[in-house]
Design a protein around this ligand. Sequence first.
Ligand SMILES: [Zn+2]
Ligand SMILES: [Zn+2]
Length: 890
Amino acid sequence: MEEEFVLAKVYDPHQVEQKWYTFWEKQGYFHADEQSSVEPYSIVIPPPNVTGSLHMGHALNNTLQDILIRYKRMDGKNTLWLPGTDHAGIATQYVVEKELAKEKKTRKSLGREKFIERVWQWKKEHGGIIIEQLKRLGASCDWARERFTMDEGLSQAVREVFVSLYEEGLIYRGDYIINWCPRCHTALSDLEVNYKETEGKFYYIHYPLKKGKKTIIVATTRPETMLGDTAVAVHPEDERYRDLVGKEVILPLMDRVIPIIADEYVDKNFGTGALKITPAHDPNDFEVASRHDLPAIKVIDESGKMNENAGQYRNLDRFTCRERVIEDLKRQKLLKKVESYIHNVGHCYRCNVIIEPTLSKQWFLRTAPLAKPPIAAVKEGRTRIIPPVWEKTYFEWMENIRDWCISRQIWWGHRIPAWYCKSCGELMVLREDPKTCKNCGSKEIEQELDVLDTWFSSALWPFSTLGWPKKTRELEVFYPTSTLVTGFDILFFWVARMMMMGLKFMGDVPFRDVYIHALVRDAEGQKMSKSIGNVIDPLVMIEKYGADSFRFTLSALAAQGRDIKLSEDIISGYRNFTNKLWNASRFVFLNLRDYEVDENFKPFDYYSLADKWILSRTSKLIQTVRNALDNYKFNDAANSLYHFIWHEFCDWYIEFSKERLGSNEKEKAFRRSTQQVLVEVLDIILRLLHPFMPFVTEEIWQKLPGTKGSITVASFPKENVDLFNQEVEEKVEILKDVIYHIRNIRGEMHIPPSQKVEVIIFCENKETESFLKNYRNYLIQLALIKKLKFSKSRKRPPASATAIVRGIEIYVPLEGLINFEEEEKRLNKEVAKVEKQLTFIRKKLTNEDFLHKAPREIVEKENQRYQELLEKQKKLKEGISRLIEMKNTD
Ligand SMILES: [Zn+2]
Ligand SMILES: [Zn+2]
């Protein structure tokens, strides 16, 4: 026996994973050759934040990408999976600021330059964590090409894009109401604001008319902003206020005269129907003001404090100011009433502080003209969105796109390449840093302080990572990329913007297919979150169950358009599958002691029925898996592999093969051919499984006779239609049915495996009879038969159990095998026990209290248990009636 063919008794992922990953990297299998003329297949990774650590979303996203990449690599494509990380502006700055706070420092005390150095330092020390974690998962990225959104090349791309868009007039500076975080000191995009239902107050305030004693009442949730009011607006068709339009009021507390205007934006039925207008601190008021040419007065500063325009309230925090304003209004009897009010309040997605809409100078990208080509590209099918339900969302966004505020008031990021001249006010946007003002020659120039939104650089990712703006061979070969795998939550943030930039600067779509995967939720369908405490850590799962079982679980659950409900139990269940594969492989190896690769041996001359059957099934499996992967149906591919390996290869073929493997010397060729089929089928299974389970498949494949190199670069199996054999498949189904029914009788009658039985078969159809006679060995072996007889008549032997399947009558005489009285007693006892349990659970399941209080999961488990017990009860009762029947035929 050749020791090297034998696998360890138990599969231990720890022994295996690191070993193979290092081997693959060392061999350079993940490296794409840009000089190759082979058909390319490329994916750019959605770059995880450099601050990130692997969560379930990453795990799913990268498992799916790795499956595609490994599949295409094996299938002979020139495969590139380009990895990298995102500098994640606000997120990273926030992490480093927190670190500084521990040292009692702030970014301001450090200064811009020192702070940025510090962030780079942090990146050097901690930025590689997620990359290492991706390797643990088995991700076969081309690590030599790893990029970072702030590395030199990518920064070059950002600058080139910014300057050329500016030169085209697509980038402009403007006044705009933005979402401002007073803690992070930065503008946030609409998508970076979390709206939360908050209990607030609705204040009704009298604004006295300039002439006369009357007042007009406005209602607001943010009374401190009234200090910046520049009008009161009513609906033009509101009878109540018709006479007041064009008149003036005196703004309380500020004693400023402001007009009453009419605008259709006002909702007559909301509040009092009169609206205070604060253009500098409300996006809708800003729009109204621009229609009516009203001034905007900013009263709140960057830190959320009242500024010099707030008069006596200057320097107060905005919320303290709110209290003071209310007190003062009360004192002046200008506060009519206060109502409780639940409304949605915007919070910073990063630090959770309440957003202050603020007027400020920002940089904008005019997106409407850029959005047209991406709409056309998807309509014309140049880029496919899969599943197609997401197309609608994509079009909706693209067709209603608003200008993109691309400036951020933070330090970590691509600083905007614009310079202001302090002498003449000239604004310069340039590809090279200027030393003097190009207008007046002054040396007093200063670079814009703002940096670009993080998504600006990630929008360039598919081409900046391939070397753009240089004309590289990589761009030529790998752009457009083949597939993008991403979550729907960044369809707009990222996918839509890559489409705009790719079409604009490369003249072609950035990817042919966009595969949008679902979310990973907990077992009950809740979103995983730290505060709920239902987070499953991918790295803990990999440590406990191995990367392969974990990856396989995710892919088996990755149905298109359906969220994944994940629990540790499911992962542990798939570990059994990994072990099943391992044990089946051990069986194969143990039967290869006398096997040698022999090119001259023609196995097909000696194939058994089972050999032909498994080869036909295997070829169909190849077709199914390929088809599923080509259509991004990862779960279909995984589940058909699971079913085939467990229920066809292990349950049946391995059992069938024992008959041939036990052949004596004389029939060596039969043994030889079955050995070869075992090797071939296992080889195909391993290669089909490799994209899903890279480690265990490599470990086994390396020991398979006739393999060379690595399974990573072995060819992906192609179906052989010549091996399809419907007739054989149907015949084997008959054998399986007969065996199943005999086994069933054995089970019901409690006959131990050591006890072989006698079986008598009667077939009306003579053809079936001769078929069963020909393959009697399979029946004898798999149904544990000591004597198999074919009866000429339908006469049932005394005391025998019967089954009829496909017109075949099966008799199993039980005389002497079981004690009928004892067996009936035992079965009755079992029935009683099951019925007692059933009553107990039934009581629980009809108890309203239990149903209300118990977690849904528990109720579901009880329900399931109830169904199982019912099934058991039915089986036991069948057994009893079988016994009674037998007694009666005596
Ligand atoms: Zn914030
Ligand atoms: Zn100048």
